[in-house]
Design a protein around this ligand. Structure first.
Ligand code: ZN
Ligand code: ZN
Length: 236
């Protein structure tokens, strides 16, 4: 199979390697596609030393199932997240599972940018989710980044009447916008329908997309920071 391997920030290769073998508690997943996360790009830009595992926003189909895995079937489409928290360390108990040592140490094998991945036992149990028929493979690859956004939204202490401004309407900005809108009108945040969300970006087509996805309005970024206040004053 083909898989991406990171040797250094300026030496990233697409290599041939063996399809991973699995144990009784694991799954083998054929990857449909994998998103490129800002954190992947950051590792390259910041010239991170190897080992670096690229790609973690993936969907795939289970092609092999370990004998001891009861809750998944061959042929099932799944989303697999890459990190698994321990659930009982200081960070996990305080709701900061992304700081957990087990979370940081765990990963899929070899990486999301591969034709097949081995899903380790703890990932099978905790971070593998069936992909509903209503979602395409491409939409499924947004589950992991959307989960990050939902977590961020839940950590904000919004009050009724609050206004949110999202600077940058790339994929994460647009997911944040939808998460704010969805959770702001639901039970998770006690602020009823009064939460308003505005977006700012440099690209007109993104403003259009933001409005389509539920932004109360979206504006072209002003020349400098000073321009933000008069732009947003009527809405806050
Ligand atoms: Zn990511
Ligand atoms: Zn932990």
């Amino acid at each position: 199979m083909k898989a991406v391997k990171y040797y250094s920030y300026d030496d990233i290769r697409l290599e041939n390697r063996y399809i991973p073998t699995i144990t009784d508690d694991e799954l083998l997943v054929k990857v449909h596609g994998c998103g490129l996360c800002g954190s992947d790009i950051l590792k390259i830009v910041q010239q991170a030393p190897p080992p670096v595992i690229l790609g973690h926003e993936l969907t795939g189909t289970i092609v092999k199932r370990g004998q001891a895995v009861a809750n998944f079937a061959v042929g099932q489409r799944v989303v697999v997240a890459h990190h698994v928290p321990c659930g009982h360390c200081h960070y996990c108990r305080h709701g900061n599972s992304s700081m957990c040592a087990s979370f940081k140490a765990s990963n899929i094998d070899p990486c999301g940018l591969a034709e097949y991945i081995r899903v380790p036992p703890e990932h099978v149990q905790q971070t593998t989710l069936p992909l509903p028929e209503t979602l395409t493979d491409e939409e499924g690859s947004f589950v992991e980044p959307l989960a990050c956004c939902v977590r961020a939204v839940r950590r904000t202490s919004l009050l009724p009447g609050d206004t949110v401004v999202i600077l940058g309407l790339g994929s994460i900005g647009l997911l944040m916008l939808q998460a704010f809108k969805a959770l702001g009108t639901g039970q998770s945040i006690p602020c009823g329908r009064s939460i308003r969300v505005y977006g700012i970006d440099l690209l007109p087509e993104r403003l259009e997309l933001a409005r389509k996805l539920g932004a109360d309005d979206a504006f072209l970024a002003p020349e400098d920071e000073q321009g933000l206040r008069p732009l947003l004053a009527p809405y806050t």
